[in-house]
Design a protein around this ligand. Structure first.
Ligand code: PMP
Length: 361
């Protein structure tokens, strides 16, 4: 720590994203895509021009395209450098030290890290016994709320009716719905169609998952135009050129290739179904996921041991050291071949423990 570090940051515990250990590891730990984005994206990168000029700080073209996608107006959309950047902008615009913010005890760790760093009064609401988020637990709270739909890391999809009930329960309270994984089968429950009706709703999306652009860093928020205007004003004041020309062009190219997008999503859903059934045959409890990952636990091996044994075999998965979910591992869905490799390694690990006979997948 340097002597210049601001006092309020002295106790920061830095967030550790999923490990990046080199190409000889199968990476199933960060909910990325193991396949390339649309060829149109790669084409745009090859032909990049105009980098000698500043980019459009308002991302007019991309915002219009996203507005068209969601049947909204450009003034309902703001773009950022990944969903994390958008969440950062939301927090900086609408929250200050001491403000109340509630989110589930087991969720995307970014929220807790952010709230602690900037001194919010954070409330971590326990999950139900079956690891679900019950939004009625939040209705009476005076706190702003973060809802992740589908949930991370469980993958459960919540009905839109529950989110609507939360919005109605207190129109004075801001509700942020993080839909990072909604494209993998959850779209019918998206809160985006509600943004014009509810002035206390912000929906966050990312290109990192379903559009295979985790390294491209593109995210966006959708909300009523007053909320977006507040965010836009703050962004223009502190970091107007945050989304580069390349990011905007890449995002546009991705949105122009819906065929590639739909084929990718379909493949992930098929591979998710395969992995879910295969692990269930091996005795795992696998939660019903509507995301590009599954959350699974075995009665015969601890989450920690499975994580370590897979790592020894050069497969990385994710695990959280939180009591309620310590025996679960989160596994990103990859190609069919990768899923077969994972299942046969898990099978071998269980056989080593001598509990399960080999199964032919
Ligand atoms: N929200 C959730 C629930 C996530 O899991 C993640 C990243 N894994 C993000 C937001 C951030 O996504 P991005 O890569 O767009 O910053």
């Amino acid at each position: 720590m340097s002597t210049f570090l601001a006092k309020s940051f002295e106790t920061i515990v830095a967030y550790r994203p999923g490990e990046q250990l080199g190409d000889d590891y199968l990476k199933l730990n960060a909910n990325e895509s193991s396949q390339e984005p649309s060829p149109r994206v790669l084409e745009v990168l090859k032909n990049a021009q105009n980098l000698n000029y500043y980019n459009d700080p308002c991302q007019h073209k991309l915002r219009q395209k996203l507005a068209d996608l969601h049947s909204l107006d450009k003034t309902n959309v703001i773009v950022g450098t990944g969903a994390d950047d958008v969440l950062d902008l939301i927090f900086r615009t609408f929250f200050e030290r001491g403000d109340k913010l509630a989110f589930p005890k087991v969720t995307y760790p970014f929220y807790k890290g952010y709230a602690d760093t900037f001194g919010y009064d954070a409330l971590e609401v326990p999950l139900t016994k079956d690891l679900r988020v019950d939004l009625s637990d939040y209705e009476k709270l005076p706190h702003a709320v973060i809802v992740v739909n589908p949930d991370a890391p469980t993958g459960f999809l919540k009905p839109l009716s529950a989110i609507k009930k939360l919005l109605v329960s207190n129109p004075e309270r801001l509700v942020i719905v993080d839909e990072a994984y909604i494209d993998f089968g959850g779209d019918s429950q998206s809160a985006i169609p509600l943004v014009e009706e509810f002035s206390n709703l912000i929906v966050v999306r990312t290109f990192s998952k379903s559009r295979q652009l985790a390294g491209g860093r593109i995210g966006y928020a959708v909300a009523c135009k007053e909320l977006i205007k507040d965010m836009e004003d703050l962004k223009m004041t502190v970091n107007p050129f945050n989304v580069s020309l390349l990011q905007e062009e890449v995002a546009l190219a991705s949105l122009e290739d819906e065929f590639h997008f739909e084929r990718h999503v379909k493949e992930i859903i098929e591979n998710r179904d395969f992995l879910t059934s295969a692990l269930r045959i091996l005795g795992f409890k696998v939660l019903n996921s509507k995301t590009n990952f599954i959350y699974a636990s075995s009665p015969v091996i601890s989450g920690e041991e499975l994580y370590e044994k897979l790592r020894e075999r050069h497969i990385l998965v994710r695990r959280y050291d939180i009591a309620e979910v310590k025996d679960y591992v989160r596994i990103t869905i990859g190609t069919k071949q990768e899923m077969h490799r994972l299942v046969s390694e898990v099978d071998a690990i269980l056989k080593e423990k001598d509990h399960v006979k080999s199964v032919n997948f």
